[in-house]
Design a protein around this ligand. Structure first.
Ligand code: PAF
Length: 281
């Protein structure tokens, strides 16, 4: 496994790999790898013979007061996990390599970022769309894999790839959970032992909503208010949003007559957690 830090070196590799008639899959990450990332890598290897992961804590997707400085990092552990997963190259640039002092070009989407996480994190998806575009231009993958836990991110990237005619297959991979149901996230390390139970309320609320819908409750506001009640019953939680929406446009849905996305973001202590589920009537 090779580590590449420089853009020019990374950009020159794909031509050689593709000459060998190998396809390249990219798994973009911000490091501090966990089983969720490993599942994305496994998925990548189903679609390509050469696997690149990027490890880059992207400053432009963090807002003021967010956890850019404290975001967990452990390159040695990441290296060992990536090697075991069959990664060929880790692309790990420094921030100044990616964003020059005069950087001024961003990729923005018009509608998808105006929902869910984009409301409390107004520049987040601009940062994500920009870094992912840059990574696509640097790694030149045939396919790229993203987790469905960040459902809105996946929707943004699919839309961007379609709008800009990028010749890259975007693959969404299912949420990986701990045994107790907590969706895996690098940020879970922030949770104290006493915050663990409140953190499980997200998945509990999603399951409860699916049960309500299956029992015939199709009024989204009723389903949301039950979820609010469940999550609010833990004093450590502060709800950012709970939404029932169209999985493609992310616009709110009032009456559930087809599969809908239920998505939520909740702060547990200082940790902001997100989770989602497609609810089937
Ligand atoms: O999902 C993430 O870890 C990040 O948002 C991504 C896609 C690597 C872009 O920085």
């Amino acid at each position: 496994m090779q580590i590449i830090n420089k853009i020019k070196e990374m950009q020159s590799l794909p031509d050689r790999i593709k000459r060998e008639e190998k396809r390249i899959a990219l798994v973009p990450t911000m490091g501090f790898l966990h089983k969720g990332h490993i599942s994305l890598m496994k998925e990548g290897l189903k679609h390509a013979e050469f696997l690149v992961i990027s490890i880059f804590v992207n400053p432009t997707q963090f807002g003021p007061g967010e956890d850019l400085e404290s975001y967990p990092r452990n390159f040695e552990r990441d290296f060992a996990l990536a090697e075991k997963a069959g990664v060929n190259v880790i692309f790990a640039p420094e921030a100044k390599e990616i964003y020059s002092a005069h950087f001024q070009t961003y990729v923005t989407l018009q509608d998808l970022p105006n929902h869910l996480c984009g409301i409390s994190r107004p520049d987040h998806f601009r940062g994500v769309a920009t870094i992912v575009t840059k990574l696509f231009n640097i790694v030149k993958p045939n396919a790229a894999v993203f987790g469905q836990k960040d459902f809105q991110q996946l929707a943004v990237i699919k839309q961007m790839v379609s709008d800009l005619n990028l010749d890259i297959k975007i693959i969404g991979a299912p949420i990986i959970r701990e045994d107790d149901g907590l969706a895996l996230s690098s940020r879970n390390v922030y949770l104290s032992p006493s915050e663990r139970l409140p953190a499980l309320s997200l998945f509990k609320a999603l399951n409860n909503s699916q049960r309500l819908l299956a029992s015939g409750v199709t009024d989204a506001s009723k389903i949301i208010s039950e979820a609010v009640e469940l999550i609010d019953s833990y004093r450590e939680t502060v709800i950012d949003y709970i939404a029932v929406c169209d999985p493609e446009t992310l616009t709110d849905i009032k009456r559930i007559e087809k599969p809908v996305l239920m998505a939520l973001a909740v702060k547990v202590g200082k940790t902001r957690l997100i989770d989602n589920m497609v609810l089937e009537p």
